[in-house]
Design a protein around this ligand. Structure first.
Ligand SMILES: Cc1ncc(COP(=O)(O)O)c(C=O)c1O
Length: 394
């Protein structure tokens, strides 16, 4: 049996008429950039995330980049982020000229470790002239946690740390649209807890466009306006560029498609959670929970529906590469998110991190394996995956 890692064909079949109609509307209108579809999507998506302002952009990467540029973060600044994420989380910090400072992860959640972050701040940073300065004399200006695989970071801790050290808190929520978190002040959604939240609508994301697209949400109206300018080359009045931005605009066709899909997102997240529950129950039933490490649900007891939205279902084993090959031989697709921790990326050699600096991220990169998951995944396919894994370990 062939099991795809992700198969969105059923989703498209169900929505194809609506998607075609919405796309046709844009084509007929000949309004492709910064039009009504985008406005409608920005409003709906921001409301969905529980944030007052939404700014549609060209990708999740550009969401991060636009936020950093709009904040004028650059040379001499350092931005703290996780050592384990998609490249863009660290890459966008470097692209604005700032220095990414990596922090190890919590091995159970794969998200940035709050104790490790506190440890770094205590050991290597000191206040100087009202700023927080690190061991290299750089000013720590912002913190960019990433909510990996559909599970929020410990945002109570991230917010507390950001407040204690006056850091700007930018959430990389690319993989977590709609994920709920039990904040001490009340439940909140991914992206809406910090100063800005960045989303990706890359086609394989839980809410996927038909190409590249992204979104920033934020609370501050002035900052939202600055982001709107930033995505449009920093333009205020026509052809008057107040600051240097970029072409980071989401186009009307992507917005039209996302408008069709957004109302289905909660249903898809519920279906992903059901699929995850099936895997977890089956792995327990066949006794594999002692051989592989399963995903955790630290906020399940909060009662929040979307406490995990399972963008990915990631297991761990020291025999990862062997298992992956075994599954591939049996036509089960899997993926490794990510085979290298960020400090191990060749392009970050200049940061002079050493092997062993972030042992948990390094180990996750060697052991993690993402299994097929998507809302419509048939239970028989999942059963086949479990059976194959059971056979591998038998
Ligand atoms: C954690 C994370 N950050 C940033 C991005 C960048 O998003 P995009 O691919 O839309 O540029 C992605 C998605 O690929 C991601 O998973």
């Amino acid at each position: 049996m062939r099991v795809r890692l992700l198969d969105l064909s059923e989703q498209y079949r169900a929505l194809s008429e609506e998607i075609r109609a919405a796309t046709e509307e844009v084509l007929s209108s000949q309004r492709f950039i910064l039009g009504p579809k985008l406005k409608a999507f920005e409003n709906a998506a921001a409301a969905y995330c529980g944030s007052p302002h939404g700014i549609g952009v060209s990708s999740g990467t550009d969401a991060l980049l636009a936020v950093l540029m709009a904040l004028e973060i650059g040379l001499g600044d350092a931005v703290i982020t996780t050592a384990y994420s998609f490249f863009a989380t660290g890459g966008s910090i470097a692209r604005v000229g700032a220095t990414p400072v990596f922090i190890d992860i919590d091995p159970a959640t794969y998200n940035i470790s709050a104790p490790a972050l506190r440890g770094y701040l205590e050991k290597f940073c000191h206040p100087a002239e009202g700023k927080l300065v690190n061991e290299n004399g750089q000013t720590i200006v912002a913190l960019v946690p990433a909510h990996l695989f559909g599970l929020c970071c410990d945002m109570n801790e991230m917010l507390a740390i950001a407040r204690e050290h006056s850091l700007i808190l930018i959430e990389d929520a690319a993989q977590a649209i709609g994920a709920d978190f039990p904040l001490a002040s009340g439940p909140a959604r991914a992206g809406a807890m910090g100063d800005a939240g960045c989303f990706s609508f890359y086609p394989s994301k839980n809410l996927g466009a038909a190409g590249d697209a992204g979104l920033v949400v934020c609370r501050n109206e002035q900052f939202a306006e600055r982001l709107r300018q930033c995505r449009h080359h920093g333009m205020g009045a026509q052809y008057r560029h107040e600051f240097i931005g970029g072409n980071f605009r989401m186009d009307e066709i992507q917005a039209a498609i996302l408008n069709v899909k957004l109302p289905h997102l909660d249903g898809w997240s519920a279906a992903r959670r059901e699929a995850a529950r099936f895997y977890t129950n089956e792995f327990h039933r066949v006794g594999l929970d002692h051989k592989i490490t399963l995903p955790v649900e630290p906020y399940a007891s909060s009662g929040l529906t979307n406490h995990h939205i399972y963008h990915q279902y990631v297991i761990r084993t020291t025999r990862r590469d062997e298992l992956r090959q075994y599954l591939a031989d049996r036509e089960v697709e899997t993926a490794i998110y990510y085979p290298l921790a960020l400090h191990e990326q060749p392009c970050f050699e200049y940061l002079a991190y050493q092997a062993g600096d972030f042992p948990e991220a390094e180990q996750a990169a060697r052991e993690s394996l993402a299994l097929p998951i998507y809302p419509e995944i048939p239970r028989e396919s999942q059963q086949y995956v479990v059976n194959c894994i059971a056979k591998f370990f038998s």
